[in-house]
Design a binder for this molecule. Structure first.
Ligand code: 6PG
Length: 465
């Protein structure tokens, strides 16, 4: 009898199955089409001994130890519902289905509630780290009934990445908590990738060749920016196209795809009355990237106006990126805190930062410091207000300000860096400009306002008309 089942043997599913098998668990593997199952087992070498290939769902279900644990690694949306439907008649009360794909947490909440009524467990499990992570150690964010973690926990903790020996996997909260945390992880990933790309754009505009930029990123990867995304940026920029010998970056079309997790982050932020503006800017920038024809027309028609010559800001770029990265993480964590309050999840932000320290795409040198700051409690749920990070920002924001100002004056787009800076500048003022918004709202709609000099609400201005 197999310890666990896994259905959906695409890139991530196959890698996860091999990882589980390697850690000594027996896995029943299933895929809609038999070829992938065969390919997995044929390529598994010694690990094949721990894999039981089955192409019939009924046999797949009977091959599993009770109560069953079944991991589904299929595309988000209708495919997940279809697999659940197909599996349900073969399950017994107490069995648990685990959706290990990137799912909209609203779907996860719905599925968890529906399956709970029927006596089944449903776990939404975010797995980060790409194919290599899934195979050799991802970061794993688990949500769903806590009881499900009793049997699932030892398996996910065995296959997860390790940070100083501690597994980067944890049960984070009920129903959709795991998938929500994974979604926000991806939102932060979008912001970080976009900010890095903007810095590359500034270097390129200033005439820096990809190879030289690659060296700069590799150097930064030795300092406070050390992270997986900086490391792979250096590698991407250093790569040559095998067909033309040109720098690969000059061959790749500047159109970025997106499967939805960044967009989900922004949608949920807005629904919670938040604005994760650096993440929003990154999602927007990916959308604009697809408007190639409009951008080509724009290059002919839209002038920069009185653009200043580009300043060379090499010394500032590293610090600017660090400041913006801190702000991106901060917006993500605030969103987690707000969602936790809204859905009653009691998310432990420090634990989340801890399991992001290795295995996942946003792993970086900063995360250990973030975990410490979160452990001390974040004032008003803002990482930027933690004394340690306020100090880091005081050291780095001047560089971000110079970089953004220079980019704006020279006409180079930096939507995520600028959004991060504007958020920071908004948050460091006790008095903002919403007084005027309230005056306007009261003027045209008698919406009323609060006063600075006394309590209460519903005050009105002396509008004659
Ligand atoms: C990870 C990645 C992974 C994946 C997403 C994002 O944490 O391992 O975030 O989930 O790359 O599919 O893809 P998009 O960029 O297409 O949204």
């Amino acid at each position: 009898m197999a310890d666990i089942g896994l259905t959906g043997l695409g890139t991530m599913g196959a890698a996860l199955a091999l990882n589980i098998a390697e850690k000594g668990f027996s896995v029943a593997v299933h895929n809609r089409s038999r070829e992938r199952t065969d390919a997995l087992v044929e390529g598994a070498g010694d690990l094949a001994a721990n894999l039981t290939p089955l192409d019939d769902l009924a046999e797949f279900a009977t091959a599993l130890t009770a109560p069953r644990l079944i991991v589904m690694m299929v595309p988000a949306g209708a495919a997940v519902d279809a697999v659940i439907e197909a599996l349900l008649p073969r399950l017994d009360e107490g069995d648990t289905l685990i959706d290990a794909g990137n799912a909209d947490f609203n779907d996860t909440r719905r599925r968890e509630a529906a399956l709970a009524q029927k006596g089944f467990g449903f776990v939404g499990m975010g797995v980060s780290g790409g194919e290599d992570g899934a195979r050799h150690g991802p970061s794993i964010m688990v949500g769903g009934p806590e009881a499900s973690y009793e049997r699932l926990g030892p398996i996910v903790e065995a296959i997860a990445a390790r940070y100083q020996g501690a597994p980067c996997a944890a049960w984070l909260g009920p129903d959709g908590a795991g998938h929500f945390v994974k979604t926000v992880h991806n939102g932060i990933e979008y912001a970080d990738m976009q900010m890095i790309a903007e810095v590359w754009g500034l270097l390129r505009a200033a005439g820096r060749a990809p190879k030289a930029a690659a060296e700069l990123f590799a150097e930064w990867d030795e300092g406070p920016l050390r992270s997986y995304l900086i490391e792979i940026t250096a590698k991407v920029l250093a790569a040559a196209d095998t067909e033309t010998g040109e720098p690969l970056i000059d061959v790749i079309l500047d159109v970025a795809g997106q499967k939805g997790t960044g967009r989900w982050t922004v949608i949920e932020a807005l629904k919670l009355g938040q604005s994760a503006s650096a993440i929003e800017a990154a999602v927007g920038a990916r959308s604009w990237s697809s408007e190639v024809a409009a951008r080509r027309l724009g290059e002919d028609r839209l002038g920069a106006g009185e653009a200043s010559p580009r300043a060379i800001l090499d010394g500032d770029l590293e610090k600017a990126l660090l400041a913006a990265r801190i702000i991106g993480y901060s917006q993500g964590l605030t969103l987690l805190a707000r969602a936790s309050a809204e859905f009653d999840w009691s998310l432990d932000l420090a634990r989340i930062a801890e399991i992001w320290r290795a295995g996942c795409i946003i792993r970086s040198a900063l995360l250990d410091d973030i975990a410490h700051a979160a452990r001390d409690g974040l004032a008003q749920n803002h990482l930027i207000l933690a004394p340690y990070f306020a100090d880091r920002l005081a050291e780095t924001v001047p560089a971000l300000r110079r970089v953004v100002a220079s980019a704006i004056c020279s006409g180079d787009p930096v939507p995520a860096l600028a959004a991060a800076l504007s958020f920071y500048d908004t948050m460091r003022r006790a008095r903002g400009t919403a007084d005027l918004i309230q005056g306007q709202r009261d003027y045209f709609g008698r919406h009323g306002f609060q006063r600075r000099d006394r309590d209460g609400e519903g005050f009105h201005g002396p509008w004659a008309d």
